[in-house]
Design a protein around this ligand. Structure first.
Ligand code: ASP
Length: 432
């Protein structure tokens, strides 16, 4: 197995994108710490601009990527097999994550000693919470696909694109060929645009991190210390033990290679706290560096960004048990199982945007009858310290999607997946 590709050796470290992003993060922490809220208006806009650029390309990128991918897989059996593997992977890894959260909260008992009096409380942001599971299913089918695209309703867009891709495969050559050529060409143009946006990532990351550190500071993190340690430990175990073991044992790949190929998307997930905004970067890295073919990545990644959220599932589960502990209520085994199952459903329903996981926690709390003003107060306090946890769980969500794409591609016979570390940053702008 080759470790590095040769061109990278001649490039000085400061010209490599992942180093530039890491340095931008460090500078952002420094600037936010020193400048506080006053510096935010001067550099915060860089982060906003970067996230806007990423959001701008999500819908056309997902649209062209899925249509091209599904049209190249062909309908029928192969698509069914891919769908089965993808769902199997999503459910298995999210369940493992939720169970890790359950285990750790029972072991560490962070709620028993939580200092809820000195914690800072904030009002919850206005985010749409998920409806019942049936509503969730019905919502997948858009009533108007243009409207779904305009609102960036990703599940609706994905559903339409899969159906449209299948329809293309059934056409006679005279119609199928121009359509596949068109969407394939449009997809390559979108990937090139994505590559261009990734190149300015260090500036965006600097703006985003400066704003987070400048506005939040570090003080409010102390009160709920053990709670943060519990969730962070769970996320660490899932990201550095469970998922690497899946890569190693199920995918027969070296986890270290996958980690290095995923540096940019991970840094992006961390700085934006949004799997949705990170999706263009994830797609680009998984295809160009991990070398997953488009027919797999276009299927696994957009759907994964929307429904496969391991970090969020872990967070829901651990968060609800923490609240129960803090209120002095012990949950029976049966109730804890209900928490695990609803945490899974909640992670599917959570939008791929910042803090979605915290807002959707009410769905899981309801399932075990935890409600009332005291619960609202604790959730409000959890919000005050949510950002760093959100950054971490978003990175876990994105990492899990990428592992899924690699494992599924390998199982489909693509041995080139993760065969080497691809470190040359220009890979994002390559003409293919
Ligand atoms: N911010 C997370 C994401 O975009 C969702 C969450 O809040 O858990 O993946």
């Amino acid at each position: 197995m080759q470790e590095e590709n040769t061109p990278e050796r001649n490039v000085p470290w400061f010209r490599k994108l992942h180093w530039q992003i890491l340095v931008a993060m460090a500078l952002g922490i420094l600037a936010g710490r020193i400048g506080g809220t006053e510096i935010v208006p001067y550099v915060g806009w860089l982060g906003t601009l970067f996230v806007r650029l990423l959001r701008m390309i999500i819908v056309p990128l997902v649209l062209t990527s899925i249509i091209t991918g599904v049209a190249s897989v062909g309908g029928g059996r192969s698509l069914g097999r891919l769908f089965g593997k993808t769902l199997g992977y999503y459910v298995a890894t999210s369940a493992l994550a939720a169970l890790t959260g359950l285990l750790l909260v029972n072991l560490i008992q962070p709620g028993a000693s939580a200092d809820l009096v000195s914690a800072e409380k904030r009002d919850l942001p206005e985010l749409e919470s998920a409806g019942s599971p049936i509503e969730l299913l019905l919502d997948i089918v858009p009533q108007n696909v243009i409207d779904a695209a305009a609102k960036a309703d990703m599940l609706g867009v994905i559903f339409f694109c899969i159906a449209f891709g299948i329809a293309i495969t059934g056409l006679p050559d005279v119609h199928r060929k121009p359509l596949t050529t068109f969407f394939d060409a449009a997809f390559h143009a979108m990937m090139r645009l994505t590559g261009g946006i990734i190149m300015v990532a260090p500036l965006g990351v600097f703006g985003l991190i400066t704003r987070v550190v400048g506005e939040t500071g570090f003080d409010s993190f102390r009160a709920l210390g053990l709670y943060m340690v519990t969730i962070a430990s769970g996320l660490t175990i899932h990201m550095f033990v469970t998922l690497p073991l899946m890569l190693l044992l199920v995918g027969r790949m070296r986890p270290s290679v996958h980690f290095r190929n995923m540096t940019e998307p991970l840094a992006m997930a961390f700085s934006t706290s949004s799997s949705g905004a990170t999706l263009p970067v994830t797609l680009s890295a998984v295809e160009k560096k991990v070398r997953v073919p488009n027919k797999v990545s276009s299927f696994v990644l957009p759907m994964g960004a929307t429904v496969n959220m391991d970090g969020t599932a872990l967070y829901e589960c651990a968060g609800v048990l923490f609240i129960a502990q803090a209120l002095g209520q012990s949950l029976s085994l049966e109730q804890q199982i209900i928490v695990v199952v609803t945490a899974l459903l909640a992670s599917i329903g959570a939008a791929a945007v910042p803090s979605a996981g915290l807002v959707i926690i009410f769905l899981v709390l309801e399932a075990v009858d935890l409600r009332g003003p005291e619960v609202d107060v604790i959730v409000g306090m959890m919000l005050a310290i949510d950002r760093p946890l959100d950054m971490f769980r978003t990175a876990v969500n994105v990492f899990s999607d990428s592992c899924g794409a690699a494992i599924i591609a390998k199982s489909e016979g693509h041995d080139e997946v993760n065969a080497q570390v691809v470190g040359d940053d220009d890979v994002f702008l390559e003409n293919d």
